[in-house]
Design a protein around this ligand. Structure first.
Ligand code: KG4
Ligand code: ZN
Length: 349
C-alpha cells in the first residue's frame, strides 16, 4: 500500500504517491515562482496563503495521476522541518486531516535528509552509504556525513547566505528574473568565467568545512555598480552580462567544490550524495561528476526534477515506517535547523 507525501516547506506546493518499493507513482509540484518574482525572493505570507489555495488540488491531482484510491493509502508523510513556519503548517494540517479521516498514521520527515534521499530514488540499486552529502538550495548549503538515510551528521555549511539565495540576489543585481539560478545559468552561456576576479570566500581555508557567500554577492554588486556610481545605473547587457554571470557561477561552484573535496578527505567516504535546487546547475553537476572520476569516487546526482523541491523525496518516510516509527496528531513543525534563514524577499545583497 503506497504512501502519500506532502511537501510545503518553502514556495512549492507538492504531493507524491510512492510505493513501498520506492516507486514514484505520481509527483505533482505547483511552483509559486510567478507569485514571488516581483519581490525577487519568497514572501512568507504570500507563500502560506498560496499553499492554502493549492494544497488540496495538488493532492487530488497526485492521487488521480497515481490511479490509487484514498482507501489504499498506508500513511501520510509530511515534511515538518526546516522551512517557513506558515508554509510548513499548511502541509502538516492537510496531512493530519487526511490521516485522521482515513484512520492511518501521519509520519513527519526532514526536508534536508529527504533532498539526499532523492539519490535513493534515482539510483535504487546503488550502494550509497556511508557518504558525504551536499545539500545546496535556496535555504540551505550544508555538508553532512551520511551513515544512512536517517543518520546525518552536519560537518559544516554556510556561515551566512545559502548558495541559492546568492544566485537569486546575483540575478537581481544583474537585472535578471527570479528564481535566479536558472537565469544566471542561461545568461552565463558564452560568457568567460575568468573575465572577472571574484572571491571564493573560505575556499582555501583547509581548517573548516564552512562556506560563505555574502562576500561574493557584495563583490558582484561593486562590479555591477562601483562605489559612487548612480543608483539608476542600468544593469549590464550583452557580453558583459554573460561574463559577469559566468564569473559569478564559476566562483560559487569553485567554493562548493573546495569544501566537498575537504569533506571527502576528512571522512574518507568513497561516495557523494547531492541534492537541493542548486544541484540542478549544469556546471556544478559536471564539476561534481568530474571530481568523482578524478578521485575514483561514486557521485550520485539525481535528475533535475528530483533536485529542486518535490514531494517524491518524501519517500524517506518509508525508512521511518519500516523501523516501526510513526507520529500522531500531536506532531508539530520545527521551522529552522540551518544557519541560513532562507531565500526570503527583502534581504539585502
Ligand atoms: O531546493 P529548492 O527548490 O528550494 C529550497 O529548498 O530552497 O532550491 C531553490 C534554489 C533557488 O535559489 C534557485 O535559484 C536555485 O535553487 N536553482 C539553481 C538552479 N535551479 C534552481 N541555482 C543554480 N542553477 C540552477 N540551474
Ligand atoms: Zn529544498
Amino acid at each position: 500500500m503506497p504512501l502519500l507525501c506532502i511537501e510545503t516547506t518553502c514556495d512549492e506546493t507538492a504531493a507524491a504517491i510512492v510505493s513501498r518499493n520506492r516507486l514514484v507513482l505520481s509527483s505533482v509540484v505547483a511552483s509559486q515562482d510567478a507569485l514571488h518574482a516581483r519581490w525577487r525572493g519568497v514572501v512568507p505570507e504570500l507563500a502560506s496563503r498560496a499553499h492554502v489555495e493549492r494544497i488540496i488540488p495538488v493532492i487530488d491531482e497526485a492521487m488521480t495521476r497515481s490511479g490509487i484510491g484514498r482507501q489504499q493509502l498506508e500513511a501520510v508523510a509530511v515534511a515538518v522541518r526546516p522551512g517557513l513556519v506558515g508554509s510548513l503548517l499548511v502541509g502538516l494540517s492537510a496531512a493530519k486531516g487526511i490521516a485522521a479521516t482515513l484512520g492511518i498514521p501521519v509520519v513527519g520527515y526532514d526536508h534536508i535528509a529527504a533532498h539526499l534521499y532523492a539519490c535513493r530514488l534515482a539510483y535504487p540499486l546503488a550502494d550509497l552509504y556511508p557518504a558525504v552529502g551536499l545539500v545546496a538550495s535556496g535555504g540551505h548549503t550544508s555538508l553532512f556525513r551520511v551513515r544512512g538515510p536517517l543518520d546525518l551528521e552536519r560537518l559544516g555549511g554556510t556561515i551566512d547566505d545559502a548558495v541559492g539565495e546568492a544566485f537569486d540576489k546575483a540575478a537581481s543585481l544583474l537585472g535578471l528574473g527570479y528564481p535566479g539560478g536558472p537565469q544566471i545559468e542561461r545568461a552565463a552561456t558564452g560568457g568567460n568565467p575568468k573575465a572577472h576576479r571574484l572571491p571564493r570566500p573560505l575556499a582555501s581555508d583547509q581548517a573548516r568545512i564552512d562556506l560563505s557567500f555574502s562576500g561574493l554577492k557584495t563583490a558582484l554588486r561593486y562590479l555591477v555598480r562601483p562605489p559612487g556610481a548612480a543608483a539608476d545605473t542600468p544593469p549590464p547587457t550583452g557580453q558583459r552580462l554573460a561574463d559577469l554571470a559566468a564569473s559569478f557561477q564559476q566562483a560559487a561552484v569553485d567554493a562548493i567544490l573546495a569544501k566537498v573535496g575537504l569533506a571527502l578527505e576528512r571522512t574518507g567516504c568513497r561516495s557523494l550524495l547531492v541534492g537541493g535546487g542548486v544541484t540542478a546547475n549544469t556546471l556544478l553537476r559536471e564539476s561534481l561528476e568530474r571530481l568523482g572520476r578524478n578521485r575514483g569516487l561514486s557521485v550520485f546526482v539525481p535528475p533535475r526534477e528530483l533536485c529542486t523541491d518535490n514531494a517524491a523525496m518524501g519517500a524517506i518516510a518509508w525508512e521511518r515506517l519500516e523501523r516501526g516509527e510513526q507520529d500522531d496528531l500531536e506532531l508539530d513543525v520545527t521551522p529552522g535547523t540551518d544557519r541560513s534563514g532562507g531565500r526570503r524577499a527583502g534581504r539585502e545583497a
